[in-house]
Write a protein that binds this ligand. Structure first.
Ligand SMILES: *Cc1c(COP(=O)(O)O)cnc(C)c1O
Length: 368
């Protein structure tokens, strides 16, 4: 039995006619840049996310970059970010000229360790960027409390966590802003790249809208240096259709996670969801002894899996100038050796999930 890590064709098939009609309409109108398609999608996703504003941008990375630029963060500033995340979180900080300041993670949730944030704050700190890894939110009560006490902005990296909530409050509801990605592996997947900034503040929203258009306040008058961070109309119509199905897909991801939780042997450590959190399970990530061997074993059986992430950010070559050393962030470094993401996409059958679980259990039983 083949079980790919992700198969987007099975999601596309039932939506094909609906999406093709919408794409054809854009092609007939030849209105590709912003316009009514992007505005309609922004309105719907803002409502879905219980946020006043939504600004469609070119990618999740650009959502982060644009948010940092809207806060005038740059050289001489510091932004706190977990050391175990996708590169884009810290890459966006560094591209503004600011310094990413890394913090270790909580071993159970893989999210930023709230107890280590205050130690990382200096007079140069301007913002905290919690990352809601794999689909569940970092502890926002504590993060917002610390940020409030130190006068810091909070930029949520919710690229893997669209629709996630904590004690019934959704990502973006309480912070400076929340950044989403529509990269094809995310829960709401574009036909290419796309991203979005959610926020509550009218001025912040307006600034992001300028910045995505080269800082243009009116045509060819530029009050800020921005970039070309726009979301394509073609992507917006695809995303607007898919948004209607998102909750149904997330429910299936949760059901799949429950099956793994039931069927996987205690030889591996299953995901821990913090109390109050509702995970959208963008990834189902286990910790396992002899991770590379078990991954090889799964590959031989036709089962896809992935390592998110093999190298913590302080040990990435490009961040060598920050002086990171092995052993500096032991929890993240151990996670990098043990994590393995299993197929969790909505359309998986029970048989496929059973086969993945059985195969992992067989590996540990055989004690290969
Ligand atoms: C995917 C992702 C990003 C970047 O999003 P892109 O749309 O690929 O630019 C940033 N942070 C995290 C945690 C992500 O998972």
């Amino acid at each position: 039995m083949k079980v790919p890590l992700l198969d987007l064709t099975v999601q596309y098939q039932p939506l094909k006619a609906e999406i093709e009609a919408a794409v054809h309409k854009v092609m007939d109108n030849q209105t590709f840049i912003l316009g009514p398609a992007v505005a309609a999608f922004e309105e719907h996703i803002a409502k879905y996310s219980r946020c006043r504003h939504a600004v469609g941008v070119s990618s999740g990375t650009d959502a982060l970059l644009c948010s940092l630029m809207a806060l005038d963060i740059g050289p001489g500033d510091e932004v706190i970010v977990p050391v175990f995340t996708f590169f884009g979180s810290a890459g966006a900080i560094a591209r503004t000229g600011a310094k990413p300041v890394f913090v270790d993670i909580d071993p159970d949730t893989f999210n930023i360790d709230i107890h280590q944030i205050e130690n990382a704050i200096t007079p140069q700190t301007r913002a905290i960027m919690p990352v809601h890894l794999f689909g569940q939110m970092a502890r926002m009560d504590a993060i917002l409390e610390i940020a409030g006490r130190h006068g810091l902005a909070v930029i949520e990296d919710a690229c893997q966590a669209i629709g996630s909530s904590q004690n019934s409050q959704m990502t973006g509801e309480r912070s400076t802003c929340s950044c989403l990605s529509f990269y094809p592996s995310k829960n709401l997947a574009a036909f290419g790249d796309g991203g979005l900034i959610l926020c509550q503040d009218d001025t912040f929203d307006q600034t992001c809208r300028y910045l995505r258009m080269h800082g243009e306040s009116k045509r060819y008058y530029h009050n800020k240096i921005g970039g070309n961070f726009r979301l394509d109309a073609l992507q917006a119509v695809v995303l607007d259709i898919k948004l209607k199905y998102l909750d149904g897909w997330v429910a299936k991801r949760r059901k799949n996670a429950a099956l793994y939780n039931e069927w996987l042997s205690p030889a591996v450590q299953k995901p821990t969801i913090d109390t109050g959190n509702t995970s959208v399970y963008n990834q189902y990530v286990i910790r396992c002894p002899r991770r590379d061997d078990v991954q090889r074993f799964l590959t031989e059986k036709g089962i896809g899996s992935a390592i998110y992430y093999p190298v913590p950010l302080h040990l990435q070559e490009c961040f060598g100038y920050l002086g990171g050393q092995p052993g500096q962030f032991p929890v993240a470094e151990q996670a990098c050796r043990e994590v393995l993401a299993l197929p969790i996409y909505p359309e998986l059958s029970q048989e496929q999930i059973g086969f993945v679980a059985e195969s992992i259990n067989e590996f540990y039983k055989g004690n290969r």
